[in-house]
Design a protein around this ligand. Structure first.
Ligand code: MG
Length: 282
């Protein structure tokens, strides 16, 4: 496989990604898929979906878990509602995450990923931290039995906190999906410095851009079209090259309510990434 195939974040029914036909229309060869709604995670749907991917010549490189009741409305709401961290929904969502991993296996996909949520601080809330370590181990072990890896989406922790969490969890199929814009949107650190730190653990990336908030970490930064935010994509790609990353460059543009604009922004992002690829890889 050539290094850095272009990808796009896609959805069938749930999630903020583009539809498969849009990916195909833009000649994108790989996708990350937002896990479809629970009632469509069936063997029959999996077969249909695989046939469609095959027909369109698209390769599925990761399936992302997402859950009912999650809201990214603002940072405190995200903290309260997202991932496996909120205690009241943890058991049910964990069950669902294992089911998503099994659905991904049916699709022949060896990578499952998610936003774990805001991992509690080990120094101030040891008990909650250990609970999240335990649940992550459980998901990792289920994925390992499926011969899958689990990738954690970045942004909700600083690079140092994420490294500490990976080390404490001690699972050799646990890796990182690096999203540089999230570091900016959540205000958790300079994405290039963070990428250098967690580099050895990075096995997939999102190409998304954004600008810093006036009060980082308190309010959201703003997601922008690729190349118009504060990530610095040439620098980002050069750093990926430095750390030896060769996997897909999966574009995320989270404006599903504006499908035309989403499509044209992704088209422009593909052009930008291809320009940078030819400059950096040759
Ligand atoms: Mg992302």
């Amino acid at each position: 496989m050539d290094p850095w195939p272009i990808g796009v974040f896609a959805s069938i029914d749930a999630g903020l990604g583009v539809q498969l036909d849009v990916a195909h229309g833009l000649k994108v060869p790989t996708i990350h898929l937002h896990a479809p709604a629970p009632n469509t995670r069936t063997a029959a749907h999996a077969d249909q979906f695989l046939q469609k991917l095959d027909r369109l010549g698209i390769r599925l490189t990761a399936v992302f878990g997402g859950f009912d009741g999650e809201s990214y409305a603002d940072i405190p709401t995200t903290q309260r509602t997202v991932g496996l961290v909120p205690r009241e929904s943890r058991a049910e969502r964990t069950r669902e995450m294992l089911e998503i991993a099994d659905f991904a296996r049916r699709l022949g996909c060896d990578v499952v990923a998610l936003h774990l949520g805001f991992i509690p601080h080990r120094s101030t809330d040891r008990k909650s931290f250990e609970e999240v370590v335990d649940v992550t181990r459980r998901v990792c072990d289920h994925c390992a039995a499926n011969q899958q890896r689990l990738h954690l989406e970045t942004g909700q922790e600083t690079a140092d906190e994420l490294l500490d969490f990976l080390q404490r969890t001690q699972r050799d199929n646990l890796f990182v999906n690096f999203d540089p814009a999230n570091m900016i949107l959540y205000g958790t650190g300079n994405p290039i410095e963070a990428l250098r730190k967690v580099g050895p653990h990075v096995r997939s990336v999102h190409c998304k851009d954004g600008t810093w908030a006036a009060r980082p970490g308190v309010e959201w930064g703003r997601e922008t079209p690729l190349g118009e935010g504060d990530v610095g994509f040439e620098n980002f790609l050069r750093t990926l090259h430095e750390i030896g990353y060769q996997g897909p460059l999966t574009i995320e543009r989270e404006i599903a309510a504006e499908p035309e604009r989403q499509k044209s922004d992704i088209g422009a992002a593909i052009e930008l990434l291809n320009r940078l690829k030819s400059r950096i890889l040759t």
